[in-house]
Design a protein around this ligand. Structure first.
Ligand SMILES: N=C(N)NCCC[C@H](NC(=O)CCC(=O)O)C(=O)O
Length: 446
């Protein structure tokens, strides 16, 4: 049986904008109110996805969400026609309005936690959408995320879909951004590493002081239970609270893994020696590659600025690993020096490919934020909605779709334009037909 790791990249939505919504995410706050380009952002994302497909990887896409989120604004008491809802929300409560316009579903690393069939008790691939409770604008995502996942992985024999965890900070869950799977081969049972920022029910335990810890240990444990993971195949580690306070709001901003490699910053984890010992013991006798980047070579600040660890490490069809990095890494002297050295160290990582995803980076989303990894065998892959997979013709179709519907530039004033809502809905309606995912959006169900 063949085995693959498929990356499902989030298509950037037509309202991609910079609203400074994510306290604790330095890039989001620094770029608040800058002009965005939804068209450029969507094309940068598609270009990365296509480049990976051209490298021989299986690559998919996930649909974005409907924004502005009129249904959420109505829930919050804004009434009248859709145009009236937009106008009164923008006038009466700018913050709520902006939160309901965010295209943040583009970062599909936060869409869900995924456990491949080799790890789960019932031999199916399990999905739990992330509740994203820590940020109001992101907490609007899980319901529709579930719809999109069910439309993409629409086969009960192979795929199990759970409801997101209770919408409460005690079970704050940010999905795959805090979850890494270590394995020999994608199709063999692996060790799932869950990384949390704080304990929800035990306040005596360490926690960050300045910025929020979005993920709790209790949320990680609940997801592991739902997915039917064996205790021998799970490790929980805490993120170093001090790096959260330096702007590392997800673990995938400071560590990334692939197969038998864990690539991380010296300061990434709390009590790392004990955690790594457990990881190695549960993995087995084959030694793991723990690639630790010392602060002396790359500071936490440079790691956050360049997203050195929000890179994708992928295994190419020939067996070598390559790093998919943002161009910010190439432009930073210390980080570039480190990456040039890394490929000579004799680890499985042999090369680095740089991509321009600047539109996403300005909101704190690098290459790894833009993708959800799903390890599958060939039978499971055959059961995936094939229209969501990237090949030459689907890439051309999606690019043409972006050209047809997306604006070149967007500023805050544009978001209250009822015409943008109509444009977005028209675009998304057409997208659901291109991807054949069904009526996943509230406006299609009304
Ligand atoms: N690291 C991973 N996996 N994902 C990055 C998510 C970035 C996202 N930014 C935002 O939501 C900013 C939106 C704004 O400010 O307009 C967030 O903070 O949740």
């Amino acid at each position: 049986m063949k085995q693959f790791e498929v990356n499902f990249d989030g298509l950037v939505g037509p309202t991609h904008n910079y609203a400074g919504l994510s306290f604790g995410n330095v890039a989001s706050l620094n770029n608040a109110n800058a002009k965005s380009s939804p068209k450029q952002a969507a094309k940068q994302g598609l270009a990365k996805a296509k480049a990976l497909a051209d490298m021989g990887m299986v690559q998919g896409v996930l649909a974005p969400q409907e924004r502005p989120d009129i249904a959420a604004l109505r829930r919050l008491g804004f009434t009248g026609s859709d145009a009236r809802v937009l106008e009164s929300a923008a006038k009466q409560s700018r913050e709520i309005f902006l939160a309901c316009c965010s295209a943040s579903s583009m970062w599909t690393a936060n869409a869900a936690t995924v456990s491949p069939s080799a790890d789960t008790a019932d031999g199916r691939v399990h999905f739990t959408p992330a509740n994203l409770t820590n940020k109001f604008h992101r907490s609007l995502e899980p319901q529709v995320t579930g719809n999109i996942l069910r439309g993409t992985f629409a086969n009960e024999k192979h795929f199990a879909h759970h409801q997101h965890l209770p919408d409460n900070e005690h079970f704050g869950d940010e999905g795959a951004a805090n979850h890494t799977r270590i394995c020999s081969n994608y199709g063999q049972a692996g060790v799932e590493l869950f990384v949390y920022g704080r304990h929800a029910f035990d306040t005596s335990k360490p926690a960050p002081k300045k910025y929020p810890a979005r993920q709790t240990l209790e949320a990680c444990q609940a997801v592991a239970r739902l997915h039917g993971l064996d205790d021998d195949g799970v490790v929980y580690m805490q993120q170093n609270p001090d790096v959260i306070d330096q702007g590392v709001f997800h673990n995938d901003v400071i560590a990334v893994g692939n197969q038998n490699v864990l690539f991380f910053h010296e300061q990434a984890f709390y009590q790392k020696d004990a955690g790594f010992k457990e990881l190695q013991a549960k993995f087995g006798s084959e030694p793991l590659h723990f690639i630790e980047v010392p602060t002396a070579e790359v500071s936490v600040q440079d790691a956050v600025k360049t997203y050195l660890f929000n890179t994708q490490i992928i295994t190419l069809p020939g067996g070598d690993m390559t790093i998919i990095a943002p161009t910010e890494c190439e432009e930073n002297e210390a980080v570039k020096r480190y990456l040039d050295k890394l490929v000579t160290l004799g680890t499985p990582i042999k090369s680095v490919n740089y991509f321009d995803v600047k539109q996403s980076m300005r909101n704190g989303g690098g290459p790894a934020c833009l993708r959800l990894r799903v390890a599958m065998n060939d039978q499971e892959l055959a059961a995936v909605n094939q229209n969501t997979l990237i090949n030459d013709s689907q890439f051309a179709r999606l690019n043409a779709w972006v050209d047809k519907h997306y604006r070149d530039e967007l500023s805050e004033d544009d978001l209250r334009d009822p015409q943008l809502l109509i444009e977005s809905r028209t675009a998304l309606d057409e997208l659901t037909q291109i991807l054949k995912i069904g009526s996943v959006y509230p406006f299609q169900q009304a």
